[in-house]
Ligand binder design. Structure first.
Ligand SMILES: Nc1ncnc2c1ncn2[C@@H]1O[C@H](COP(=O)(O)OP(=O)(O)OP(=O)(O)O)[C@@H](O)[C@H]1O
Length: 246
């Protein structure tokens, strides 16, 4: 669950967000759309913990995280992707994904590393199998040994998605997920996201993708929520049409 209550952000005289309130219930996929400068990135930064709101609060699964750091929010089960995909270029695709689960540790410390305890080996092979399964779901299993830096942006975006979902996040934030993807890749991306158990919040310019991938859409305009409804209702909303869809 993501709860955003009365969130306002000001940059000097600029009101980037004004009294933004909405909740994304557990397991729902919610898209945020709006014209340039509407406040989408600012909202994203507030939920991920990169920016503190001037007023208001953010809750993740019932816990107030308004002043919690981005790192602690990730420990609470929040994962995100970036507008420009962030991958470890000098690691293989598989290692990029494994990197997201290594923080759990393997138990046994250095001794287990040196001796190669059976439990440690079993844990590693389970993680590897899980990572390969996620790569398969993301359509990049054949690229597991490729270096991430050598991949075109569309593939890198899928690596980033695989890394974000391998640890079964409770909350997933996707920033402009279709940018750089062709139509087939965008359709696969939407399928992978739809099949997740996570609560998903995504910011996207491609309205068609949002309507396809999301159960709910929040429309921002000049920092304010002007609509919060199903994709069908959003398409027919005269206020949204006037402000954004045309
Ligand atoms: N660091 C900042 N300092 C000053 N003003 C900012 C800052 N970041 C954003 N703004 C302003 O806040 C408003 C909202 O910006 P924001 O980037 O959140 O919108 P957006 O909907 O993500 O836009 P885009 O679709 O172009 O990425 C804009 O008027 C922007 O100029």
């Amino acid at each position: 669950m993501i709860g955003i209550t009365g969130v306002s952000v000001r940059f000097g005289g600029v009101h980037a967000l004004t009294d933004v309130t909405f909740t994304v219930p557990e397991g729902e996929t919610c898209g945020v759309i709006g014209p340039n400068g509407a406040g989408k990135t600012t909202l994203f930064d507030v939920v991920t913990g990169l920016r503190r709101p001037t007023a208001g609060s953010v809750h993740l699964n019932g816990a107030d995280v308004t002043t919690t750091s981005a790192v602690k929010r990730s420990r609470l089960g929040l994962r995100r992707t970036f507008q420009r995909p962030q991958v470890f270029g000098r690691l293989t695709v598989l290692d990029n994904v494994l990197a997201a689960v290594e923080w759990h540790g393997g138990g046994g410390g250095l001794a287990a590393d040196l001796v190669g305890w059976r439990t440690r080996r079993r844990l590693e092979s389970e993680r590897r199998a899980k990572a390969l399964d996620v790569l398969d779901r993301c359509g990049i299993a054949d690229l597991s040994t490729a270096y991430a830096a050598d991949l075109p942006i569309g593939r890198r975006r899928m690596v980033e998605l695989a890394r974000a979902i391998v640890d079964d996040p409770d909350v997933l934030l996707l920033d402009e997920p279709t940018s750089g993807l062709d139509t087939d890749q965008a359709a696969l991306f939407a399928t992978v996201v739809r099949d997740l158990d996570a609560t998903v919040l995504l910011v996207e310019h491609d309205v068609g993708f949002v309507m396809e991938a999301c159960e709910r859409v929040v429309v921002l305009d000049l920092g304010k929520v002007i609509a919060d409804a199903t994709p069908t209702q959003i398409r027919e909303d005269p206020v949204v049409r006037a402000a954004y869809l045309g």
